[in-house]
Design a protein. Structure first.
Ligand code: ZN
Length: 309
């Protein structure tokens, strides 16, 4: 069948990467510091390919352009979503992403709202999420005077937490966290601070302080998550977020589940194994259920993060 597209991930080397994605998911990683698995992506900087059926070898961006029916003729020039797994062996830089309006005016890319499902976290692991500045001037001053402790808000996280990061939110993933990220298709990061670290060439990574200050939402506001829980007997669905950019859910299947499907969906198995419409799947597999699929039939005991627009 060609209606479920299994996706070949792309791995990205990062200063803060490692080899945990191999141990955790069995991926065949190159022997480098791998920080990111671009699991489902049609971005220019990493356009994943289909690994099964008649579309085998094609990139998602090409398919999205040429096989519109598979994607229920979704009105967008670009495939709208990206799914990544991030393995933070060290703190990531403090960064912020622009919204669509700013991105369209100043870049070739889109804005970036993102959200995280925490797959694993060390006991004392934390993220940076938001800031204390009350005005743009105050933010600029605190940045220029390196008052990071007073400026940045830390938040402890644990396995199973879900965090929505709207565009304009200062954030950073801390050391010891592995997470699944769902985001708009965009690769714009404005780096505010990088702990004065040096890369392998003995140089600091670029900062984009001016842009970062421009796009940061002031004051910081914690978005209200209206998580919904659907108990469907054998299966439960937790809907974490539903907004203009994405809907993200966790499907916990205990033995079997039939879902009437009306659009393309991105699915990542984060635990367990089983079958999807007769195809064997296991933890670490990522696939797109196309709009041709009328029923998603899941058999097995597994947890799947499902996202769609
Ligand atoms: Zn980010």
């Amino acid at each position: 069948m060609n209606d479920i597209l299994f996706i070949e991930p792309i791995f990205k080397e990062r200063l803060w990467g490692g080899q945990n994605l191999r141990t955790e998911f069995g991926y065949d990683l190159p022997p480098k510091n791998i920080g990111e698995c671009w699991a489902i992506s049609a971005h220019l900087n990493g356009d994943c390919r289909v690994k099964n059926g008649k579309f085998m070898g094609m990139t998602i961006s090409t398919l999205f352009r040429t096989e519109r029916k598979l994607f229920n003729y979704y009105q967008s020039k670009k495939f709208p979503l990206m799914v990544k797994i991030i393995d933070a062996n060290d703190d990531l830089s403090i960064q912020v992403h622009p919204d669509d309006k700013y991105a369209k005016r100043h870049t070739e890319d889109e804005g970036k709202a993102e959200c995280w499902y925490i797959l694993d976290a060390k006991d004392d692991a934390y993220i940076i999420y938001g800031h204390q500045a009350k005005s743009k001037d105050e933010l600029a001053n605190m940045v220029s005077e390196n008052q990071w402790k007073d400026l940045l808000i830390k938040k402890n996280v644990k396995k199973g937490d879900f965090i929505f990061v709207p565009a304009g939110t200062i954030h950073s993933i801390g050391k010891g966290i592995m997470l699944l990220e769902i985001q708009q298709t965009s690769d714009i990061n404005y780096r505010l601070y990088d702990y004065d670290r040096l890369d392998e060439h003995g140089e600091k990574r670029d900062l984009q302080i001016e842009e970062a200050i421009q796009v940061t939402r002031i004051p910081h506001v914690n978005p209200v998550l209206r998580t919904k829980f659907f108990d469907l007997g054998d299966t439960s669905i937790t809907r974490y977020v539903k907004n203009d950019y994405f809907t993200v859910e966790k499907w916990d299947v205990n033995s079997s589940f039939n879902h009437e499907n009306d659009r393309f969906k991105l699915m990542s198995v984060i635990d367990g194994y089983g079958q999807v419409n007769g195809n064997s799947v296991k933890k670490g597999d990522h696939f797109i259920v196309t709009a041709n699929v009328n029923y998603i039939q899941l058999i097995g005991k597994m947890s799947i993060i499902t996202s769609y627009v």
